[in-house]
Design a protein around this ligand. Structure first.
Ligand code: DGI
Ligand code: FE
Ligand code: FE
Ligand code: FE
Length: 190
């Protein structure tokens, strides 16, 4: 599909080099997970490619961009600016990259916090973001990579747990949706 190349050219222009490389890693990892779990390959690749399209410039610039586009931010998003690119990304994917598929837009929207009862596509993007080959090695990552290909809900539980542990260690506030995601998938952890 020529849309991939067209979108890749735009992203390459708009994102920093490392972010663009990460984006390709997520696209191919999402493709592998889609093959493994019989999800739609095309949706997984487009969602993976575009998942961080909102992540250009500083978080301040992302918030500015939201104002321009009249995207309303919650108090939680103003307090935790790293959440903003997910909401902004879903908007840009629709209006600037021409994605009309709500399932893809939702996977972009929820890729940072996850949510309870995620669709298979949402889980694939949430996990692919965490495990793509370019991700810096952290303890437990190889177990999550293995789980992703035989028990994706367990991989979601472990990723959510890892994110919460990281945020606690860093002394950063944790969004209610991040907590809810872990609470919902926790039962799959062992
Ligand atoms: O955009 P990426 O770096 O590829 O990954 P991401 O979108 O999953 O996460 C972006 C950042 O957001 C990452 O440093 C973790 C952070 N994050 C995820 N959930 C929460 C969060 N930050 C806060 N403060 N609260 C959260 O609940
Ligand atoms: Fe992200
Ligand atoms: Fe993530
Ligand atoms: Fe990402």
């Amino acid at each position: 599909d020529e849309r991939y190349l067209e979108i890749q050219t735009l992203l390459k222009k708009n994102l920093k080099k490392e972010r663009y490389e990460h984006t390709l890693g997520v696209m191919y990892t999402a493709a592998s997970l889609a093959m493994c779990h019989s999800a739609n390959l095309h949706q997984a690749m487009l969602a993976g490619l575009l998942h961080d399209c909102g992540k250009y410039g500083t978080s301040k610039e992302q918030i500015e961009r939201c104002k321009e586009k009249e995207i309303s931010l919650t108090d939680a998003e103003r307090m935790m600016p790293s959440l903003v690119h997910a909401k902004l990304g879903a908007y840009l994917a629709e209006y600037e990259y021409g994605i009309a598929d709500d399932e893809i837009l939702s996977a972009i929207r929820f890729h940072t916090t996850g949510r309870p009862e995620m669709t298979l596509l949402e889980k694939i993007i949430y996990i692919a973001d965490y495990i793509e080959p370019g991700r810096r090695e952290i303890p437990g990552l190889s177990a999550i990579r293995a789980a992703a290909f035989h028990n994706i809900d367990r991989a979601v539980a472990l990723s959510a747990k890892g994110t919460i542990e990281y945020l606690n260690t860093a002394g950063k506030p944790i969004d209610a949706m991040t907590i809810e995601t872990y609470a919902y998938y926790k039962k799959e952890e062992t």
